[in-house]
Design a protein around this ligand. Structure first.
Ligand code: S3P
Length: 260
C-alpha cells in the first residue's frame, strides 16, 4: 500500500514538472510573438511549423511512447497557436466583403494557423433554418434572410477571439455594423469584378447572382455597395493576385498596427 502511495506521489511530481515546462513553453510562445511584432518579422511561417514537427519526430523516433508523445505534442502545438491568437487579437475578426472576395478562404487559413474557432454566418443561418440560403430566399424572400443575419449577429456577441465570416450583404443594414463593431474588428476584403466572376461563376448558391452571373452586374452591385463596405471597415485588404499567406500577413499587420 505504501508503495502505491509512493508511485502516485511520483506521478504527481511529474505533473508538476509538466505544468512548469508548459508554462515556460507558453511564455516563450508569447515572447516570440512580441519579438516578431516589434521587429516587423512575418508572423506566419507555416514552413517553420513543418520544420518544428520534423525535428520533434526525430527526437521521439526510437521512443517506446512515440505515438502518445506525438499526440500530446500536437495538442501542445494547437494550444500554442491559441496563445498566439490571443496575443495578437483580443477581439473577434469580422470578415466582410462582396461575394467571392475570399472570406471563407481567409477564415479557414486563420483557423488553421491560430487554431481559432471559425463561424460562417451563412452556414449558421442555413443550419438554424434547416434549408439552404437559396431556399430561404426562394421560400421567404430577401428581407426575411436579412432579419436572420441581424439576429445572428446579435447572438454572436457572446463570442470571443473567433473568426466570423459574414455574408456579403451584411453591411446593408446600419444596425448590423453596430453589432459587428461591439466585439470585433471589421476586415474588408476586396477584389476586381473579373476575379469575383471567376470565383463565383460555378456556384448556384448565391441567389443575388441568379440570372445575373456576369461581370457587368457584379461590377454595378459592387459599386452600389462600395461606400457601405468602406464605411464599415476597420481595415481593407485587396486580394487580387495575392497568395492566401500574403493576404493574412497583411491582415495581421494592419490589425496589430491599429492598436499602436
Ligand atoms: C449575399 C451574399 C452571400 C449570402 C447571400 C446574400 C449578398 O454570402 O449571404 O447569398 O447579398 O451579397 P457570400 O458573400 O458568403 O457569398
Amino acid at each position: 500500500m505504501e508503495k502505491l502511495e509512493q508511485i502516485k506521489e511520483q506521478i504527481s511530481q511529474c505533473d508538476d514538472k509538466i505544468i512548469n515546462a508548459l508554462v515556460e513553453r507558453m511564455n516563450y510562445t508569447r515572447e516570440l510573438i512580441s519579438y516578431k511584432k516589434e521587429n516587423g518579422i512575418p508572423i506566419l511561417q507555416p514552413e517553420q511549423d513543418e520544420k518544428q514537427l520534423a525535428a520533434f519526430m526525430v527526437k521521439i523516433k526510437e521512443n517506446q511512447y512515440k505515438n502518445e508523445i506525438l499526440d500530446t505534442f500536437l495538442s501542445i502545438v494547437k494550444n500554442s497557436k491559441k496563445i498566439q491568437a490571443k496575443a495578437l487579437f483580443s477581439y473577434n475578426i469580422m470578415l466582410i466583403g462582396f461575394m467571392g472576395t475570399g472570406k471563407s478562404t481567409v477564415s479557414d487559413y486563420l483557423g488553421e494557423m491560430f487554431a481559432m474557432d471559425q463561424i460562417e454566418m451563412d452556414a449558421l443561418i442555413a443550419s438554424k433554418e434547416g434549408m439552404s440560403i437559396a431556399e430561404i430566399f426562394e421560400e421567404y424572400g430577401e428581407e426575411y434572410f436579412r432579419d436572420c443575419e441581424s439576429n445572428t449577429l446579435i447572438e454572436l456577441q457572446k463570442e470571443n477571439n473567433v473568426v466570423i465570416s459574414c455574408g456579403g450583404g451584411v453591411v446593408l443594414r446600419e444596425e448590423n455594423i453596430k453589432y459587428m463593431k461591439k466585439k470585433g474588428k471589421i476586415v474588408l476584403l476586396t477584389a476586381n469584378p473579373e476575379t469575383i466572376y471567376d470565383r463565383v461563376k460555378g456556384s448556384a448558391e448565391r441567389p443575388i447572382l441568379n440570372n445575373n452571373m456576369n461581370v457587368g452586374f457584379i461590377s454595378e452591385l459592387m459599386e452600389k455597395r462600395r461606400v457601405r463596405y468602406e464605411m464599415a471597415a476597420d481595415i481593407i485588404i485587396n486580394t487580387d493576385g495575392k497568395s492566401i499567406q500574403r493576404i493574412c500577413e497583411e491582415l495581421i499587420g494592419k490589425l496589430t498596427a491599429m492598436e499602436s
